[in-house]
Design a binder for this molecule. Structure first.
Ligand code: SF4
Ligand code: WCC
Ligand code: FE2
Length: 621
């Protein structure tokens, strides 16, 4: 086995990997070794299973599948479906929030309510809904119709395109990239990639971009905005991160997955005095809820709940032996968690009909029964505390403090009510540009080495960093989400952070909250009267693994944002597709991908790009 030092940069991860090995528990790292070397054809994207004349794989001796599809067509089709999968994930998450809002309006739930009425009214007005002299529920009802329609086929474009700079919208119209409806684009991608349909790789990729844009500017954006409406718009607050967020003397419940709909209820139940009393009666010092992955981000942003870990920490969190229950909804939940939980007293509880895990305890959670079900789950966790084996408990290290809660609303408030001070700071060169670092862990990389390495390099160059998803915990554990981290930034960024009391790396939320970054870029472009592709900004997913990350990367590029990936998607088997991704898209949409495994070199590439964009805007370097 590889030394644990090579697998992760973190002490808490290394300690738990060592414990897992001693206890005979297998993790993603071991399974990656079992899977290596990977199938070369799949890695290059040149295998096709889209019909039963195949499966086919492209080789120099067999350059076409049975139907005649060549490597370009097969790679483009596979990548298109990959992006459709990712877009479906975020967008179905967004739809779930529309359904919760609908339950609120219909009165079929009292567990959820509209927390940020002002935001609901603001969004409605933005989308052309009459808000004067109307009740919030009335407005909400109309908004629900608009958002449901965004998923369908009746529209020419999704609602939030009103936020996109005019130049960009014209460009999308010209290219056939304007997203019309979320489900429509996803379904059309499945159709196009059926045998005998879209057999022109660039054409398939344009639709892949349209599908991703439907995710970014509709599915994800609806998810973010309605989460704020229902659970509150994030405001800056303090919390902490790493495995020490798990408490030795408390009942520990880890929430994992993505949507705040379930995890907010678990948290609400865990805060109820009666259940806390039950925990104390079991000899515990209370109930501790900590987060994993994105639902952790959601609770962190709005409720200050600590983050136990990101993607590659999810197995290791259970290995502490101190977790009573892992409660999941959907996405990024390794099925191996069921087996690892089974090695301890840990309950693994799934809550969504669309994400069941063999061997899990299942709760069917819906808006009308959510809090009641959450209470039952918390009670089970409290009872599991009695079965904890103290001799197997090991919680490594001390938690690291973090500052969280940077919604655009919070940022604008911190700037005194408008984006102008930020525009001025960019114009003056104190902040030379901004890069969103987002996405995952992948056992193919030393955990968080690139996520953290890139963030550190960028802030040195006076480039503001925004983080979401699993990069949040990485940046947090590295101490970068604290105002003190400004000491590691260049002089300009240090000055601005000092004046505002903010970190040089801002936590912008979960993966669907990348829509907040899109919205910010659009607002900046509109403020300057330019297109998003003219801005000195970039995006990066250094250690990405998921279909969702590919969709995010593609909507970023299609929105005009130069985007870094630490490793390529499965497209290298097609020169046409690869060339388009890393350069051809630049001519079409004013941005492209670049692939770079070295964080120092990636930061240099961003630096060059930002330099060029600043010059073009007449801002000096
Ligand atoms: Fe083979 Fe074409 Fe069928 Fe794909 S669609 S499996 S390339 S015959
Ligand atoms: Ni978003 Fe990546 Fe984490 Fe999952 S939770 S692992 S897609 S970054
Ligand atoms: Fe996520």
């Amino acid at each position: 086995p590889r030394p644990v030092e090579a697998l992760s940069i973190w002490e808490d991860a290394r300690a738990m990997l060592t414990k897992a090995r001693a206890e005979g528990i297998e993790t993603a790292h071991e399974r990656l070794q079992q899977q290596t070397p990977h199938c070369k054809f799949c890695e290059l994207g040149v295998s096709c299973r889209n019909c039963t004349m195949g499966p086919c794989k492209i080789t120099p001796k067999a350059p076409r599948g049975v139907c005649g599809a060549d490597a370009d067509v097969i790679v483009a089709r596979n990548f298109g479906r990959f992006v459709a999968g990712g877009s479906a994930g975020h967008s179905d998450h967004g739809r779930d929030l529309v359904e919760v809002l609908e339950s609120i309006v219909e009165g079929s739930t009292s567990d959820y309510r509209i927390t940020d009425e002002a935001k609901l009214r603001r969004i409605a007005a933005e989308l052309g809904v009459t808000v004067e002299d109307r009740s919030t529920m009335d407005i909400a009802a109309e908004l629900i119709d608009i958002f449901y329609a965004d998923f369908g086929s009746r529209k020419k474009e999704v609602a939030f395109l009103c936020r996109v700079p005019a130049k960009r919208r014209e460009l999308w119209d010209r290219l056939g990239m304007t997203p019309r409806g979320v489900d429509r684009e996803i379904a059309e991608m499945m159709h196009r990639t059926h045998m005998g349909c879209d057999n022109d790789a660039p054409n398939t990729l344009i639709h892949a971009a349209r599908t991703a844009l439907a995710d970014g500017w509709a599915g994800s954006m609806i998810g973010t905005e309605l989460s704020d409406v229902i659970f509150g718009t994030p405001q800056p607050s303090m919390s902490h991160a790493n495995l020490a967020a798990i408490k030795k003397d408390k009942v520990n419940i880890l929430v994992h997955g993505h949507n705040p709909v379930v995890s907010e209820m678990i948290l609400a139940a865990a805060r109820e005095p009666a259940l806390i009393a039950e925990a104390e009666a079991m000899g515990a010092q209370g109930i501790n809820v900590a987060g994993l992955c994105c639902t952790g981000n959601e609770l962190l942003m709005r409720q200050g709940i600590p983050m136990a870990g990101n993607h590659l920490m999810t197995e290791l969190a259970i290995v502490t032996g101190a977790v009573e229950a892992v409660v999941v909804d959907y996405q990024c939940i390794m099925p191996s968690l069921v087996q690892i939980a089974g090695c301890y007293h840990t309950l693994f509880i799934d809550t969504a009909q669309k994400a069941r895990f063999t061997g899990a305890v299942h709760f069917d959670i819906h808006p009308h029964n959510a809090l009641e079900q959450a209470r039952e789950i918390v009670r089970m966790a409290v009872q599991a505390y009695a079965r904890r084996d103290a001799s197997r408990v090991q919680i490594p290290g001390e938690p690291v403090n973090i500052m969280t809660g940077f919604s655009n609303e919070a940022v604008i408030a911190a700037l005194g009510g408008s984006l102008d001070p930020l525009v001025q700071a960019i114009a003056a060169g104190d902040i030379r540009g901004a890069v969103g670092i987002v996405g995952c862990n992948n056992p193919k990389f030393q955990q968080d080495s690139m996520n953290v390495g890139l963030a550190k390099e960028l802030i040195k160059k006076d480039i503001l960093v925004l983080v979401t998803g699993c990069v949040t915990t990485a940046a947090g554990k590295a101490g970068l989400l604290l105002p003190e981290a400004a000491e590691q930034a260049g002089p300009g960024l240090r000055k601005i952070c000092g004046a505002l009391g903010i970190p040089p790396v801002l936590h912008y939320g979960s993966c669907v909250d990348n829509s907040r970054i899109l919205q910010l870029c659009a607002a900046l472009a509109n403020a300057l009267g330019v297109d998003i592709s003219d801005l000195p900004v970039g995006a990066s997913s250094p250690e990405w693994y998921s279909e969702k990350a590919a969709a995010i990367g593609l909507y970023a590029v299609a929105s005009g944002i130069y985007t870094h990936l630490g490793h390529p998607p499965h497209i290298l088997g097609s020169q046409t597709v690869t060339d388009l991704a890393v350069s051809g898209l630049e001519d079409l949409v004013g941005a492209s991908f670049f692939i770079e495994p070295d964080p120092v070199k990636a930061a240099l590439a961003f630096d060059l790009r930002i330099r060029a964009k600043r010059k073009a805007l007449g801002l000096g370097e």
